[in-house]
Design a protein around this ligand. Sequence first.
Ligand code: BGC
Length: 704
Amino acid sequence: MADKDRVERLLASMTLEEKLGQLNMIDAGAPPMGEPEMERQVAAGRIGSLLNIHGAERLNRLQKMAVDNRLKIPLIFGLDVLHGHRTIFPLPIAETCAFDPGLWERTARAAVEETSRAAVTLTFAPMLDVCRDPRWGRIAEGPGEDTLVTSRYAEAKVRGFQGTDLRDGVAATAKHMGAYGAVAAGRDYGSADISERQLAEVYLPPFEAAVKAGVAAVMPSFNDVAGIPATAHGEILNDLLRTRWGFDGIVVSDYTAVVELIAHGVAGDIAEASALALKSGVDIDMQDEAYVRGLPDALKRGLVTMGDIDRAVRRMLTLKERLGLLDDTYRRTSAPPLPANHYDALARDAARRSAVLLKNEKSVLPLKPGTRRIAVIGPLGDDPLQMFGCWFAAAGMDSATIVRGLRAALPQTEILHEIGAHIEEPGETGIAAAVAAARSADVVILCVGEKKEMTGEAQGRGRLELPGSQRALAEAVLAVGKPTVAILCAGRPLTVPWLFERADAALAAWFLGSEAGHGIADVLTGAWSPSGKLSVTWPHDVGQIPIFYSHRATGRPAVPDVYYCNRHTDLPIEPQFHFGHGLSYTRFAVTKLNATPAEISGDQSVTIEAEVANEGGVAGEETLFLFLRDPVASVARPVLELKDFAKAVLKPGERKTVRFTLARNDLAFLGRDLKPRVEPGEFQIFVGANADRSKLTATAIRYR
Ligand code: BGC
């Protein structure tokens, strides 16, 4: 609980300039006023928080300047810790493929241990933008296409970052609210012109989950939602977030988003922009000094009141109080240092759990013991910087590459390496050497994909093929005819049907972080039976986008060879890989699906059980998905909706019962009035290994 009196006493003693200072967040790596002036303003209490900065020594020096001021209010230091700080864990799109909330929490906690020692007290994570369009570069930073998975991810990350007491954690930011993942054509910063239903059903629930988990901050997105920029969206930020959900933390704008309200065309000048953002619920203005420059004028013009300003300042001071900064400002940085390799084992475990085995034919994987020579070919085979993907603030320059991982795992095997081609730059001069290496090897590991710089913010791509000369390289190497495993390192699904057709095996390795190569080697050698499952549907072709499993039914469903039906004439109906797809080295079978009671009413719940058996020869982990369909409702429901997922860890020959509970709420949907309702009737229940409906086992229940 925050000490309210203390916050009120502070507030009462502040001048307008000092109040605006608390709302002013500046990028310490690129301060608009220059560094000396930034330091002067910190000392004068004109800046309340800094971002893009870490490291105890420098930060403590700045902190001292701030607390030497008459008000003694410490700074908050913010940083994007999307998937680790010094130890980098898999990108969020990858880590969600582990379908493991415990892991998601552990990696966030590990990041806190590292960031808080570096004086950081606020992270701009987790990123909770549901995304069904892999053209959008920021799909890499988020948990994929599904609302329930994103909500579970939200809860786990907030728990991990914040712990049970903010004084021992780092404040988390649920971002970017809302519907940022729906920007048109995947072009960053564009419009998300979506229905209120989609907003409420698909894009906003993860933010509600974060609020329920106690998230300390929320960041509105850069885009507009059907004409209203999120930074000026009072209905979302005030009415929904604060009033209906009871959020009591800070809302921090995205980078220069307040001034951008002018460019959006909803504010005429900086006074109007800052008034609009503040009135709409944005407390902290990131980087452009819009509040400092615009709010004094806005006050004079009557666009805001001192009460509006005080409300935002109060929230910022309360957060500082909750973080323990007012009492023991330097406590986090005085914790004993962690050894450099402290989280390596966790990072390796996260990496191998996040890789998704997409294809494995002719038993090319796991690699046979005693393999004499392996050729690792491609620009992503041995480039330590590339394994991080976007956001890796304090990672240094090193990571375990695939070559390094294989050399460590297979000391008796000769591991050759040829780059063959650069990731983006054209040029085919390296291909001949790559082909020669492939010819001389028993197995080829082809490491292709995107540059880490092609993932994340402002990295929309209109084509999702391999960039540069990588296709020419891959085709030349495949033509050699050796057993070939394609490893795709990328921040999004790539549309390479020709590669999936011709390679014997394919692994989605995303960007797996500091221990990428060791985690991948664990999978390739069979030290770990792959268990990752796609958190996003993988298209064959850009023309299929948006493609996601929970689409609505149509009057004319897609059926091969039917003329008037819901399909493209020149593309397959099905995706390349379904949501949830992911192979292992063993075989799992799901049987004995049972729902009891089969008929419920009122607040009763249903227990759903299914038996999963390991029918193969090695131990493994299987994730089972529980989907629901409401076949007749007053608003058409999706053909499948994920309601839960669970794991079974099984030895060869072992079988286990997996149990789920469906509560009344799980049967609810938003009616025509967008209010939740449950309608009586039949509900179909599906359990299985992925969202391929033809392979799910089914039963049904009735709600009376
Ligand atoms: C991004 C945010 C990020 C912020 C601060 C912005 O450009 O959209 O996700 O938190 O920068 O680095």
